[in-house]
Design a protein around this ligand. Structure first.
Ligand SMILES: Cc1cc2nc3c(=O)[nH]c(=O)nc-3n(C[C@H](O)[C@H](O)[C@H](O)COP(=O)(O)OP(=O)(O)OC[C@H]3O[C@@H](n4cnc5c(N)ncnc54)[C@H](O)[C@@H]3O)c2cc1C
Length: 374
């Protein structure tokens, strides 16, 4: 096998291209947009370890985290920073939930439950009133709007051909036809099309065990100082399976708006000092074409509660959609026909896992026996 043909220039497609080149394959890379504008550039850039379930999920994230650390040496624009994360807790029931999660965890995450004074020593922005904070030292962040061009720049050359503005509309064993009729060939085709419905993607994704999830996000003007960690608060206890312990039953039901829109507070500072703040989760299609302002107001209020100060002025708002498995599996990697693989459905963890996901795909393609198509 010589040449890999990848469709989709988001983070999953990009890391498949990266891994293919690492293993000495030539790569042809097709992308529908002139510059990718889907989930990959719309996210928080978190390599989120805090909430990941013990077992295959955290193993995947930790493997990817160390790969990102290496990749950023070759492509500094990726912007990997080992920040750690703090999750702020307000009530006794929340603290007890986290205590139980830590007990069950047996050190995998490296969790520490901190008093406010210790949490503020790590991250002085936490000037709101709170009971405790969960510190996870293993979380990290990359730059979502810089990572793709940074990686493409390193790969650029005779062995990597990047074709933006090409939508794959038809395919067969080892070939893909673009919307203008051009046929591209490769010994192995890998479709990394995220949650897209363009061209051949709608047909590829139809009937797969996948659902689309829509999120709202905002970005502020730069803060006048650097904040040391990623931030979250106790709303995330409702969301991540790592907190599925008996004490969670004692946390009162979420306010109606939070439940309806799946709101939790997540904050990451960008390289330019601005803050990306999210997020919401909607699962029922068709999604509203517009964003809901009430969610943004709620999220910004939570930021003020956390920090004791209002967020900097909002610079821009957007929404984004990703694909996730409906059966609890981590990722969908399926042979569609001979030499054609679909690779998508990583859910809300694509940035945090892409290098390891791509490594697994190539172990499968290159014949490592323990990996099977999921
Ligand atoms: C608001 C938001 C916040 C998030 N926060 C985080 C986070 O902090 N950490 C984290 O790990 N994950 C996060 N995620 C999830 C993460 O963004 C996704 O898991 C990841 O971007 C998925 O990457 P992808 O390459 O599969 O899909 P995409 O980024 O959607 O890329 C797919 C690409 O394929 C192209 N394409 C599709 N069909 C075709 C075709 N037929 N022909 C040619 N090109 C095609 C599309 O144009 C697109 O560029 C977040 C997601 C959102 C929406």
């Amino acid at each position: 096998m010589q040449r890999i043909l990848i469709v989709g220039g988001g983070i999953i497609g990009m890391l498949h291209a990266w891994e293919a080149r690492k293993r000495g394959f030539d790569v042809i890379h097709l992308e529908s947009d002139l510059e990718p504008r889907s989930a990959t550039v719309r996210n928080l850039g978190m390599i989120w370890v805090t909430g990941r379930a013990t077992g295959p999920e955290i193993e995947l994230v930790l493997r990817a985290r160390s790969m990102w650390e290496e990749i950023t040496q070759e492509a500094p624009g990726v912007g990997f920073r080992a920040t750690g994360a703090l999750t702020v807790l307000y009530t006794d029931a929340e603290v007890e939930t986290v205590r139980q999660a830590i007990e069950r965890d047996a050190g995998v995450h490296g969790y520490q439950l901190l008093d406010p004074v210790d949490a503020r020593n790590i991250n002085p922005i936490l000037q709101g009133d709170f009971a405790k904070a969960l510190y996870c030292p293993k979380d990290a962040v990359i730059e979502p709007q810089a990572v793709l061009p940074a990686l493409r720049d390193v790969l650029a050359g005779d062995h990597y051909q990047w074709h933006p503005g090409v939508t794959a509309v038809e395919f067969g064993s080892a070939w893909v036809r673009g919307q203008d009729g051009t046929v591209y060939t490769g010994d192995q085709v890998i479709f990394c099309v995220g949650s897209s419905q363009v061209g051949a993607s709608a047909r590829l994704l139809a009937g797969m065990p996948l659902q689309r999830v829509r999120l709202q996000m905002l970005q502020t003007e730069p803060l006048d100082f650097r904040i040391s960690t990623l931030l979250s608060d106790s709303l995330s206890l409702h969301y991540y399976p790592v907190y599925d312990v008996p004490a969670r039953e004692r946390i009162p039901a979420r306010p109606e708006l939070v439940g309806k829109f799946g709101i939790k507070l997540m904050v990451a500072q960008r390289a330019d000092g601005s803050l990306t703040i999210g997020d919401t989760h909607l699962y029922d299609e068709p999604f509203d074409f517009a964003s809901t302002e009430q969610c943004y107001e709620f999220i910004l209020d939570r930021f003020t509660k956390l920090t004791g100060r209002p967020a900097p002025a909002v610079r821009r708002r957007w929404s984004g959609t990703y694909a996730q498995r409906t059966d609890g599996e981590l990722f969908l990697r399926r042979e569609i026909e001979e030499n054609v693989l679909l690779a998508t459905g990583i859910g809300g963890r694509g940035m945090g896992t892409a290098p390891a996901v791509a490594e697994d795909t190539f172990n499968l393609i290159c014949g490592t026996p323990e990996l099977r198509s999921a």
